[in-house]
Design a protein around this ligand. Structure first.
Ligand SMILES: [Zn+2]
Length: 153
């Protein structure tokens, strides 16, 4: 009985070592720090559905550098602007701002998006709040639709 117990304990230890090794291997391939871009939960009550037309109008009116410069220090580099990326720890100006396409992209953590995405990820606003804030800033009147007729896909 004792012998069996010892054998089993050894086997168990071996198995555990395998698991520990496997877990270490997993930890090694995981990024050490996840980007902070955690989206706030979307409560049903504050969800609004905007017409595609007004969303498109807003997209065209948003000046990405105007939005980002409220939170980041932008530096001109050639025709584009760059900034220190707020989504990962680093001091390099790895965030590229493409004003023409209205998109930013970080070459290090690959954070990517437009003005609305930035307000959600950096200013931690829910989607409707981000839309309304930007609509007000850029003088766009948003058309709100009935949520039941227009479910989000
Ligand atoms: Zn980044």
């Amino acid at each position: 009985m004792n012998e069996n117990y010892e054998v089993n304990a050894k086997k168990l230890e071996e198995a555990l070592m395998h698991i520990v090794k496997a877990m270490n291997a997993i930890v090694e391939v995981l990024p050490t720090k996840q980007p902070e871009a955690v989206r706030p939960r979307r409560g049903k009550s504050d969800w609004k559905f905007f017409s595609k037309k007004s969303l498109e109008e807003l997209r065209l009116k948003i000046s990405l550098s105007a939005v980002l410069s409220q939170y980041l220090k932008l530096t001109k580099r050639g025709k584009k602007c760059v900034a220190v990326c707020p989504f990962h720890d680093g001091k390099d100006k790895s965030l590229n701002i493409d004003e023409k396409n209205g998109e930013y992209h970080c070459s290090v953590c690959r954070a990517h998006g437009g003005g609305v995405q930035f307000m959600m990820d950096h200013a931690k606003m829910p989607f409707p709040g981000a839309i309304e804030t930007l609509a007000q800033q850029f003088g766009v009147t948003m058309e709100v639709l009935n949520s039941e007729e227009h479910p989000v896909h």
